[in-house]
Design a protein around this ligand. Structure first.
Ligand code: ZN
Length: 395
């Protein structure tokens, strides 16, 4: 009996004088509600989100039960009705997840869902906009056409925007411009207020909203124009998410106005070369290796004021060769025959010869100028060109 009495007394003394556990601030509950409201919305939009929500519910119900009980236990000195309320109103919080679990969940979300999550709280905004999470999305959607050249252009764009901001900050306008960073692709008003940063998320958003015109190359420019079949020209592109196509702006040809085109599809694009202007003559490094049947692309321009475009061709045999592989010695000749088989036999565009020893740029105002040559080594590059082969041979 004495043992029971001492135990009970110890318990009363311990409970009476133990430190009270501090309650979470009210905004924590708001975050929880926002998060689960978000998951409800997400469940409607994405079937995969249902499993995510279920998984989280299981996690929370198992992980939080002990915390709930602990909090209820510390509320024993309150009224009985309050005990019941505490037990029924405590909800799980996303912020209670371990970092690794939270990161794993966020990695499963699509870009638009990551953006919604970023709006829940400042903490989640910082987590959801990290480069780590956006790198995969950038690669998946933009990896084939946004290369190093476009990324360099993006950094220049960011630097120019920062310069404008610094100017505005000096004038005292900055605090009024961006009170909170918002990140909604489809809200132009908010998007225009978001600060441009060098982060991958910021770049992704600028691409997705079409606000960033990035450099790339377009096959068969001005789609259907017979003068550009089997060519690839440099352009600036802007994405139109409504049509899932691009607007293109081509550098002007001399005094002509800049050509524009809408509705450019993904399959007509490839990334732009690094440190390259369409007015730069490429130094040909493959001349000594060129053999008949090799696939090439070559720079060509109508006159020296125009930018170069890239044109597809193959290496042909010399007139003196009977094209028999056993006896062919064309690769030993200084003269290299370029064949453009998309043009009919007899067309002035069908053949061109260059000297492999000193070729730089050859041509005239009538035939145009043939510049640097690249040998296509990659099967994917070759098949990319051959997808655009015309139904009818050109004259
Ligand atoms: Zn030959």
């Amino acid at each position: 009996m004495l043992i029971y009495f001492v135990t009970f007394l110890s318990f009363v003394v311990f409970y009476k004088f133990s430190l009270p556990i501090k309650q979470l601030p009210p905004w924590c509950n708001e975050i929880k509600l926002l998060f689960f409201r978000f998951l409800e919305d997400l469940s409607v939009l994405l079937p995969s989100a249902k499993s995510l929500k279920s998984a989280l519910s299981i996690y929370f119900s198992s992980n939080m039960s002990s915390k709930t009980k602990r909090k209820c236990y510390n509320k024993l000195n309150t009224k009985p009705t309050e005990k019941i309320e505490t037990a029924t109103t405590i909800e799980p919080s996303l912020l209670d997840l371990p970092d690794l679990a939270l990161e794993t969940i966020l990695e499963k979300l699509e870009p638009t869902d990551l953006c919604k999550m970023a709006c829940v709280s400042t903490y989640l905004r910082d987590v959801c906009l990290t480069d780590h999470l956006w790198k995969q999305h950038m690669q998946k959607k933009w990896g084939k056409i946004v290369g190093l050249a476009a990324k360099n252009e993006w950094l220049l764009h960011v630097a120019s925007q920062k310069h404008i901001l610094d100017e505005e900050a000096r004038r005292g306008f900055l605090s009024k411009l961006w009170p909170v960073m918002t990140f909604q692709f489809n809200d132009d008003k908010k998007a225009s207020q978001s600060p441009v940063t060098s982060s991958i998320a910021s770049c992704y958003k600028a691409l997705e909203t079409g606000k960033f015109w990035f450099p790339a190359q377009v096959f068969n420019r001005e789609n259907g124009h017979v003068g550009f079949i089997m060519s690839c020209y440099d352009a600036e592109l802007s994405y139109d998410s409504q049509t899932d196509t691009f607007d293109a702006r081509y550098p002007p040809h001399g005094p002509r106005a800049m050509a524009e085109e809408s509705g450019v599809t993904w399959d007509r694009l490839r990334e732009a070369p690094v440190d390259y202007s369409p007015h730069d003559l490429l130094t040909s490094t493959c001349l000594n290796d060129l053999r008949p049947k090799d696939h090439i692309e070559i720079q060509w321009r109508r006159n020296k004021q125009f930018p170069y475009g890239w044109w597809y061709g193959v290496i042909g045999h010399l007139e003196s060769c009977d094209a028999n592989d056993t006896y062919c010695r064309c690769h030993e000749s200084d003269t290299v025959v370029l064949e453009f088989k998309q043009y009919a036999l007899g067309s002035r565009w069908r053949h061109m010869t260059i000297n492999r020893r000193d070729h730089r740029e050859e041509g005239n105002e009538t035939e145009g100028f043939y510049g640097g040559i690249k040998k296509l080594e990659n099967k994917d590059e070759i098949s990319m060109w051959q997808r655009f082969w015309p139904c009818n041979i050109l004259e």
